[in-house]
Design a protein around this ligand. Structure first.
Ligand code: PLP
Length: 350
């Protein structure tokens, strides 16, 4: 185990010994021609779990999202998304580069939208001047929105409204299992409201790589072509699918521990003078903290903590982001808080 306490992201998890055994023992074949039994097992299992027809295993959630955009839009279309959305901000302009799709960012709250937000940007589909608004992308949990879990009624209302207006709806569910564990609303219930869903295996599920896109047969057929173009059609990918199957069996329920650790972290941070966390909006494994200028910048705080072996990201002049996951224990949360207190004391007296 590494010496430091890793709070930068749940992507930093290392595969456990048991997961490595599952990887080593995987039955494999050539997935490019559909003959990897473990990939096939994973795809049909996740499709069934989400109540959809088909699925395609991808290298990353970025690849799954971009394949979803490719499969459901045409060149010149416009995709609608909340302004903090991953697809709009953290996928290197993929919709424009790969699919010729422009992105319309909608100002919501916590990465989530209301019906009125979506209603306010809808435009006629049959006017030659106007890009066709074909796809609405939602995120659950929201990443830069703060790990928020949508109220299920709000999610339903927004998705149903968009679909009744002829839009497709894609759910970027990189952390959908976190949302399901936090809310008690199953992944199938979230998936039922949308046309396609992506899920990341290399975040809280703890796999070294991999994600999946789930939808109807026709959409997945197009997405397989997109995956090929994106260089994501692999050969003995069953090694990685085996990790994902292991994670579905062993790493879902335990996410409740990550959420409890995040709550404890938030609570402890709030007791430090000059550090603030909006605990009311803390729902899963992501903690955003605001740093009072009296303590210096978030970058300075993060740098001092790094020297003490506590790793986190500063995501703005006064903002820190921390993520809990299976490689951070409750004990390490207490240790991290102790370092935080000491660093804050140092900064206050300088
Ligand atoms: C991390 C993340 C992705 C991308 O995942 P990668 O597997 O790193 O490509 C997509 N969407 C959301 C909401 C994420 O948090």
């Amino acid at each position: 185990m590494p010496e430091h306490i890793e709070l930068r992201s749940d992507t930093f998890t290392n595969p456990t010994r048991e997961m490595r055994t599952a990887i080593a023992e995987a039955l494999v074949g050539d997935d490019m021609v559909g003959e990897d039994p473990t990939v096939n097992e994973l795809e049909s299992r996740v499709a069934a779990l989400l109540g959809k027809e088909a699925a395609v295993f991808t290298c990353s959630a970025t690849q799954a999202n971009q394949a979803a955009v490719w499969a459901q839009c045409q060149r010149g279309d416009e995709l609608l998304i909340e302004q903090a959305g991953h697809i709009a901000n953290w996928e290197a302009g993929g919709p424009a580069v790969i699919s010729g799709v422009s992105v319309r960012r909608i100002a919501g709250r916590g990465g989530m939208l209301t019906l009125a937000d979506v209603e306010s940007v809808l435009r006629p589909m049959d006017d030659v001047h106007i890009p066709r608004q074909t796809l609405l992308c939602l995120e659950n949990t929201t990443n830069m929105g703060g790990g928020r879990v949508w109220p299920v009624e709000q999610f339903r209302e927004v998705a149903r409204f968009a679909r009744s207006n002829g839009k497709r709806v894609h759910l970027d569910g990189a952390r959908l299992f976190n949302a399901a564990v936090a809310s008690g609303v199953s992944v199938a219930e979230w998936a039922a409201e949308v046309d396609s869903v992506s899920i990341c295996f290399s975040k809280g599920l703890g796999c070294p790589m991999g994600a999946i896109l789930v939808s109807d047969q026709e959409t997945i057929r197009h997405a397989r072509r997109a995956r090929k173009v994106l260089g994501g059609a692999l050969r003995q990918a069953g090694m990685m699918a085996a990790a994902a199957i292991y994670a579905l069996d062993h790493h879902v329920d335990r996410m409740a521990d990550d959420h409890a650790n995040a709550r404890r972290l938030a609570e402890g941070l709030n007791q430090i003078d000059g550090v603030g966390v909006d605990q009311a909006s803390m729902e899963s494994n992501i903690v955003f903290a605001t740093v009072d200028p009296g303590l210096g910048s978030a970058g300075e705080l993060s740098c001092r903590l790094h020297e003490r072996g506590v790793r986190l990201f500063d995501v703005g002049p006064d903002r820190l982001r921390m993520v809990t996951h299976l490689d951070v224990s409750a004990d390490e949360i207490e240790q991290a808080l102790e370092h935080f207190r000491q660093v804050a004391d140092e900064l206050r007296t300088t």
